[in-house]
Design a binder for this molecule. Structure first.
Ligand SMILES: [Zn+2]
Length: 107
């Protein structure tokens, strides 16, 4: 299983990619994190992010299945079409972490 600590991919402000070639990956992971964390705290969201893979050089048409394991704070995704899957951690407190909305009073 592919486990990513997104902080390793970010610049020093923790809001963008560390290097230009990570730009698309960081953008997609940001969408996944925002989706998973906003669902967790009950905020209405748009539909789940689309798969970004290009199997056979054609864009995959899948919509990602995304979940949040609250015991480990790992967010996982899986594409039902191309079966790409992965896990991301290290997202807590980043700009994509929508769960901060409900804990603002503690900051
Ligand atoms: Zn796919």
């Amino acid at each position: 299983m592919w486990v990513i600590d997104i902080r390793h991919w970010l610049n020093e402000t923790m809001s963008g990619p560390a290097v230009p070639r990570l730009r698309l990956k960081v953008k997609k992971l940001g969408e996944i994190i925002a989706y998973a964390t906003s669902r967790k705290c009950g905020v209405g969201t748009d539909s789940a992010p689309k798969c970004w893979r290009r199997p056979g050089r054609k864009p995959c048409a899948g919509t990602l299945d995304i979940g949040l394991d609250t015991s480990t704070n790992r967010i996982f995704w899986r594409c039902p079409v191309c079966e790409d899957e992965g896990v991301v951690c290290g997202w807590e407190g980043l700009i994509w972490d929508m769960s901060d909305i409900s804990s603002d009073v503690y900051q």
